[in-house]
Design a protein around this ligand. Sequence first.
Ligand code: ADP
Ligand code: GLC
Length: 491
Amino acid sequence: MTNDMKVWFLASEVAPFAKTGGLADVAGSLPNAIKKMGVDVRVALPFYRMVKEGNFPTRKALSRLEVPLGERMLQGDVLETATTEGVPVYFFDRGDLFDRPNLYGTPEGDYRDNLERFTFFSRAALLFARVVGFSFDIVHCHDWQTGLIPTYLKTIYREDPFFSHTASLFTVHNMGYQGIFPAAKLTTCGVPATELNPEGIEYWGKISLLKAGIVYADAMTTVSPRYSREIQTPEFGMGMDSILGKRSADVYGILNGADYSSWNPATDEHITNHYSLDNMNGKKKCKADLVKELGLPQRFVDRPLLGMVSRLSAQKGCDLLAQIVEDIVRLDAGLVILGAGEETYQALFLKLGKKYPENVAVRIGFDEALAHRIITGADMLLVPSQYEPCGLTQIYGLKYGTVPIVRATGGLDDTVQAFDRNSGEGTGFKFVEYEPGAFLDQIKDAVKVFEDRPGWMKLVQNGMQADFSWEKSAREYVSLYEKVKARATER
Ligand code: ADP
Ligand code: GLC
């Protein structure tokens, strides 16, 4: 349908190259779906150590690109590879900034020079396109790490003929990460001092790269319809609600899709016993293997097994889960937690795992294969988030017949339909109040339904039949690209 649209798709993490969370899943799969619609889309991310160690086949696309950073002129190389669907992917290589053990920081905190790191990446991505003559129509930026790009297009590159008809779309995956730095850093960003005002990049006496993206982009999206409404309220806006309010006509909510080429129980490369709705035996075997792998007692092959795969942060409802672990043990259910993140939560869950070794298995770290095995082998998937822009694990859980128990917020509310025992409709369990009791009640209900096998099978079936593939959302993105492009052409 669209064959003259060029999109430069920039994100700080892209699966399978570098991943800490759902942004990587989205940035790794949405471009493939967009390409299928005839768009010339190209993706870029920093060349982290994680990418380097992945040993992806690459070729040098450009050597010694010159990139201004404050008073300095830095140089960086650009490497090129492609996704499985043939979308070109560019890695921006600068060892002193990106050749580090982690993407953003350690469990103790962020890297101190994150502003420099992502300013370099943002500026480099625009300059690279100009050097190689990739005259993109839309730059699709994600999260604060790329928030300076819309800013550059509206300020220092406003009169640059190469960028004059370029429009920007900014997708916010999480309002909680705002890229806030001292105002004195504005010169490092290379943004004119005139922009340091409440209508611009300034945020309570500092600068916010998230705010910059919101203010300067031609349009903004977030990753579920409900979250797009929530963030315009003080409760969920995290201080940005009034800024968003001013732009509400340009704020869109487009639900994330799932990449069923990686997340499908019939083909998943990380599991040994494949299965589908017609024959669920594979799931049983995967559960038995998981119970064994985790060292849980054999009886959990038949008892309900709850799983959680998550970044460990306050957002994810870790405190809520910690408060009901003892009750879960009393129900004689099993619990497996895989997570990495804040030190306090890592320690808290490890302690609970030690206290209840018969029922609770805790694995700290980032482990893609284990994440798949848990989402496959568990009976229920817990996502008790305080807030959730979209959430992907519950969507994966549905496909694997692993019933989600979620808090009714953001994308969790948009993707899970509460199960009604009478009508047999619905795909999971939802609670509204952010309270341990409300969460536990849903777990208890789920356990009851689990024990009524025909009811449970109906519920599992409903979830496995739900379709969250990317096509529909990719279509929404492409029509938004067209809308924004038309506006830019009129400029
Ligand atoms: P968020 O992006 O807020 O972290 P999402 O639910 O959108 O939440 O996406 C999380 C993604 O990261 C999923 O693909 C999930 O499987 C994965 N994930 C989270 N924690 C881990 C972990 N410790 N090991 C492996 N994968 C993880
Ligand atoms: C963020 C959000 C999550 C969302 C993901 C991908 O990390 O926390 O809800 O699914 O981005 O958009």
